[in-house]
Design a protein. Structure first.
Lengths: 465, 105
């Protein structure tokens, strides 16, 4: 049997091709700044499903032989003594890990402007952000350096940059991919995610890194279905017949940019043309998701980032006593957004505020999770929404912290509920890509990818590149 | 609830983050700006939500892994063991440690 066309494209893109593109786009004042470290000796293996195929890895995934800095001064030059399970699985499949990608410091940000090593530029418009926090990985794929890259998600950090850069990004079910070796930000929300130049390539990357891992206690002992087969589009006229796509009305508010709404409605019409039934549904607690997220995530971060104290990892500031050494190391090592979230998280966990903020946010998180479960139990197979409320904005355009947080308004819910979700390009507004989001029940990646592949196929048949 | 400069100093101490006095007013303003958006949660009826519902949604595996195999035979680095623990010679009592510390001082 011959290989599908997408696999031939993936295999034809060699390590040498990757370096040619890298040298053209990465460096200089207008360069993308998508990579923080590279390994020009990486060739991958001769065998395996990703034999010799170049891939890039976000810099918060531990790698052997390359630094792991989380784009933070506090971890500058840090070399991990072990490798993340997701990275190890890519190498075992034969992939050449050519470099570590830039990101928002400790994955805290939605524009990649919070990196201690400078912002990443969007390959489609160098004056604009690539999204965040996995902006470097998204830019690496969108610029054509690699066709598959790893990112991570806590509130949309794969899907939102995928949307801004016009590529595919998947956040799997919580527990589907091991978090072993993923530097912790908010452990109950963190996921390793995958970027791909197409739905099938992202699915292949996910299939390779997914599966139970004894080194992560939250890794699920659930069989991984053949996700690339799921992306094979049937030749039937109505390949999605019998499938119900939910359109949650809260994700299409009157305030949504009409041009983004229009692109979403066009995609929904394509799904109808493919045989799916599109049904309006309600997830009433959606508007509470950002407040819930920005209590829980900083709370967990304030605990997880306590370990960067100058003793065990990275840099250490000189001081006369231990307490001063901690404070100087941390104040000098963390950027403004990380400091803000550590203080916010410490505040909502502190005596007198825990019940009002953290405990209440956890309860509302449960309500959000229950609403997803109810919608999926009602016969809806997947949900379709916009990925982000805007297209890629200009570097420096958004300065208010809460306004930046609203970039995640359509993506944080999947992290809070633990369900799989993905973004794929569905059109453009003023030449900038618009992402459409699919969400599915826990461990429903195969159905989600089947719908995504059918939509991608129909868009290409209709002339969308 | 509104965050005061003293609250910021307090949580910065708890979080072991050194702050200059010049940074405090902007942090007070930023944290109050963010927390104002959280007040909407106070209006939500959470009386019917189980306390442990979030944990039940993402169950952990049983804490019952088989023990890891040793890289070398136990006898090559630990001559004696009992009840699954290595036996080592008694080094010193706390009292003796305290005495030697005070001698150094």
């Amino acid at each position: 049997m011959s290989s599908p066309a997408w696999f031939e494209r993936l295999r034809a893109h060699t390590v040498d091709d990757a370096w040619r593109t890298y040298d053209a786009v990465q460096a200089g004042p207008e360069g993308l700044n998508a990579f923080l470290a590279v390994d020009r000796s990486a060739r991958g293996a001769d065998t395996g499903r990703l034999a010799g195929i170049p891939v890039a890895v976000k810099d918060n995934l531990a790698t052997l032989g390359l630094p792991t800095t989380c784009a933070s001064r506090v971890l500058a030059g840090y070399m991990s003594p072990f490798e993340a399970t997701a990275v190890r699985r890519l190498r075992e499949a034969g992939a050449a890990v050519i470099g570590k990608t830039n990101m928002d410091e400790f994955a805290m940000g939605s524009s990649n402007e919070n990196s201690a090593f400078g912002p990443v530029r969007n390959p489609l418009d160098r004056e604009r952000v690539p999204g965040g926090s996995s902006g470097g990985s998204a830019a690496a794929v969108a610029s054509g350096v690699v066709r598959i890259a790893l990112g991570s998600e806590t509130g949309g950090s794969v899907r939102q940059p995928a949307s801004f850069c016009g590529i595919v990004g998947i956040k799997p079910t919580y527990g589907r991919v091991s978090r072993y070796g993923l530097v912790a930000y908010a452990s109950s929300l963190d996921n390793v995610g995958v970027f791909g130049a197409s739905v099938a390539e992202a699915a292949l990357g996910l299939e390779i890194i997914a599966g139970h891992d004894r080194f992560d206690a939250t890794s699920a002992a659930v069989t991984v279905p053949d996700l690339t087969v799921a992306t094979t589009v049937s030749t039937e006229a109505r390949p999605l017949a019998g499938l119900v796509v939910g359109r949650p009305v809260e994700y299409f508010p009157a305030s949504l940019d009409a041009r983004i709404a229009e692109q979403c409605e066009r995609a929904l019409q394509l799904l109808r043309d493919l045989g799916a039934e599109v049904r309006d549904v309600s997830l009433p607690s959606t508007e509470l998701a950002i407040p819930v997220y920005y209590i829980i995530a900083p709370a967990e971060a304030s605990s997880n980032l306590a370990r960067y104290d100058g003793v065990r990892f990275g840099v250490r500031a000189a001081a006369d006593d231990l307490g001063s050494m901690y404070e100087r190391t941390r104040s000098g090592g963390f950027g403004d957004e990380v400091t803000r979230r550590i203080l916010l998280g410490t505040y909502v966990l502190s005596a007198g505020y825990y019940d009002a903020y953290y405990r209440r946010a956890q309860a509302v998180r449960t309500l959000i999770t229950q609403e997803f479960a109810q919608v999926f139990a009602s016969g809806v197979h997947v949900l379709f929404t916009p990925t982000a409320p805007t297209t890629a904005f200009r570097l420096g355009e958004v300065s208010d912290p809460y306004e930046m947080y609203l970039s995640d308004i359509f993506t944080v819910t999947a992290n809070l509920a633990g369900v799989p979700a993905m973004s794929q390009p569905i059109g453009t507004v003023d030449g900038l890509p618009v992402g459409g989001q699919l969400m599915a029940p826990h461990f429903g990646e195969a159905t989600m990818l089947r719908v995504a592949a059918a939509l991608e196929h129909a868009q290409r048949a209709g002339g969308m590149s | 609830m509104s965050v005061t400069p003293d609250d910021v100093r307090h949580v910065a101490r708890l979080a072991r983050v050194g702050l200059t006095e010049a940074r405090i007013p902007s942090l007070v303003s930023e944290l109050n700006g963010i927390l104002a958006h959280m007040d909407v949660l106070q209006q939500v009826d959470i009386s019917g939500v189980a306390e442990d519902a979030a944990a039940a949604a993402a169950p952990l595996r049983d804490d019952a892994l088989p023990s890891d195999a040793l890289q070398r035979a136990r006898e090559t680095f630990a001559p004696a063991s009992r009840d699954g623990f290595f036996l080592v010679p008694r080094l010193a009592t706390h009292g003796a440690l305290g005495a030697s510390a005070s001698e150094e001082a």
